[in-house]
Ligand binder design. Structure first.
Ligand code: FES
Length: 186
């Protein structure tokens, strides 16, 4: 009857999940093994890849990823001077990526420069949003989408938060890395 059927179904489901699990773990361990052997042989992985995967590797001590962040006047940003002159919660416009785009550094309580910056490209149709100090929001000039100081959408038509890029503060430099942070902290 129904009971037997549901028992069979459950068995099939469990078996299927088990197979998926087996395939998944096999693929993962093959990938990990490949990566490990590549790293331990010390070749194939360029410094950029090595240091983005293993920033604590001894070869990465002096490695500076990405590009140095510049202020509005194209001057190199000094992290301590920046922290002394800004308030947590107010995004700071910077540039420096090869494509000439601007991004916004986030100053966290502490104060501290967050390990991600906001890329001000509206997720609706791609206009550049601007920080509005009075309203405490990023506002899109095209169709009025609004985002909070972390780039989270608070008013449409945009449906998604602003994209993030990675920020590394190292050797008294602020570096912009054109790559999503491993985890979106929002
Ligand atoms: Fe920003 Fe449409 S492009 S609201």
């Amino acid at each position: 009857g129904d009971f037997t059927n549901s028992k069979i179904l459950l068995r099939i489901k469990t078996r299927r999940d088990f197979l998926i699990y087996m395939v998944g773990t096999t693929v993962t361990s093959i990938a990990a093994g490949y990566l490990f052997s590549t790293v331990s042989q010390g070749h194939e992985l360029d410094l950029e890849t090595l240091c983005s995967l293993y920033p604590k590797n001894s070869r990465c001590q002096n490695y500076l990823p990405g590009n140095v962040a510049l202020d509005r006047n194209s001057k190199t940003i000094d992290p301590n001077a920046l922290l002394a002159s800004t308030k947590p919660g107010i995004p700071v416009l910077v540039k420096g990526l090869p494509d000439g785009s601007v991004d916004y550094l986030i100053i966290k309580d502490g104060p501290q420069i967050a390990e991600y910056a906001i890329n001000p490209i509206c997720t609706h149709l791609g206009c550049t949003v601007e920080w509005n100090l009075e309203k405490n929001r990023f506002i899109c000039p095209c169709h009025g989408s609004q985002y909070d100081s972390q780039g989270r959408v608070v008013r449409g038509p945009a449906k998604h938060s602003l994209p993030l890029i990675t920020v590394v503060v190292k050797q008294n430099q602020v570096r912009l890395v054109e790559q999503k942070p491993a985890i979106d902290p929002r």
